[in-house]
Design a protein around this ligand. Sequence first.
Ligand code: ADP
Ligand code: MG
Length: 521
Amino acid sequence: MNIHSELKSNFNLDSFRLGQQEIIESVLNHKDVLAIMPTGGGKSLCYQLPAYSKPGLTIVISPLIALMNDQVRHLKDLNLPTGCMHSGLSLDERKAIFAELNDALEDKKSFVLFLTPERVQKEGFAKWIVRQNVNYFAIDEAHCVSKWGHDFRQEYSQLSILKQLKPNVPIIALTATATPIVKNDIKKYLSMNEPAEHVYGFYRSNLYYQVEFCENEDVKKSYLLGALTANKNGRILIYCGTRKKTESWHEYLSTKYGKVGFYHAGLNKKDREAVEAQFASGDIRILTATNAFGMGIDLPDVRLVVHTQIPGNIESYYQEVGRAGRDGLPATCLMLYSKKDKGLQSFFITQSDAPKDIINKRWRALDAMVNFAEGSECRHSEILVYFNDQNRIKSCGHCDTCDTESKLNVKPEFIAEAEVPKKKKKSKYDKLFQTEIPADKQWMIKDLKKWRKEYAQENSVPAFMIFSDKSLRDLINQLPTTEHDLINVYGFGESKVESLSSDLLPVMEELKNNYDKGLNS
Ligand code: ADP
Ligand code: MG
């Protein structure tokens, strides 16, 4: 079989996107496969092409009815036999789908059946599936198995039943989220058998990442207005931390921009679907929403994603900004961050009744999010390392660290009722450090950042995971030279002292010596 000709004949596409060919080849080798690609990267094709390359049944588990319907429509348009099964269908509709499925299989054709994870737990499923000749199980949005992180679905964590019922059928798990913890959970909860792992393209070359520290709501407002002024065309998605904030930003913007929509899980199903449809049709161009909005959303021309508060972890942040620029054209991802936001996310964690180890992971994830927001390294580079992407770049040239003068950089807009920063913004670097480090120690910043960067590279973690910029400031102010001193530095707990002291203390010692001798100052 030639997969290039299948690509053309079945899907009417001319070439593969980054990673698709490798993943498909792995699937065709009859292996379990874990495929990680960014949102919009083209994951569906990775199971659909193999599914239609030979006669028989492929089962796809998908978390949302809307996502299944999209895929079914797409495949039917291509004249490929398919159907989906979920609670919204009548008995007659279900019978009709099974009749189509049986016809296709009798005619030695392929059939792709989409199921919600709930279906798999039903009694009838086990009896039915063991009698079927199944080619593949595909688990879409596979990160839903993981309790830690976002979008957890109880039924997803019980999908190991698939391997129990059909041990020889390969499982293809697909997701955009791939931290080591989530990856391990996927392999474990799906009982995957030494899967081939493919991690592709967390690098989104058309996205401009920008993070602004905002002392108060008025500063946030001024940035948000600046962002809206700069984006007169295309869709705009504004993420808010709570339902209440979603509504209050909506109200504020509606007075200025007319038709603005809002979306959160407190709306009833009908209203949510109506907003989704209006945003998809372009009837609403600007939408405020909580993180309830967006899984699997594939709209080409979202030109701006604003976070009016920081999300709880980098995985969520990445998923949400990933909805920008899916047409490949430039888009801005602006995050407005204030100290209070960390308080809100902390509150969510303390309110959760999850087990202790999960709570601890959430705290660490929030710390990472804050360190990223407060950090001063290249944003793209830090994200790629965080997700363990094979692709490494030193500086991207299109984030707020690498290019403050970019056309995509949002400038705050003056609003009458508020004090906003009027003078030209200092660069991140100056803003963070200059005021809080004495003049005669400023030279240390560069040296210590360089050491942190190199150490991070050697250990394949983002610089902000070694220590945050705030810790860096504290290190320079305190110049610790013993473990005992080090533990008093901001962000240095026992485990950090233990893991870093032997490498870091000699560096600190040298800085201190040079400082005492008056060198470099
Ligand atoms: P993901 O699930 O990774 O978020 P999808 O599978 O929904 O992404 O694909 C996103 C879009 O890209 C879809 O509109 C799809 O038709 C398109 N697409 C996928 N693969 C290709 C390709 N090789 N060439 C052109 N378009 C593609
Ligand atoms: Mg998808």
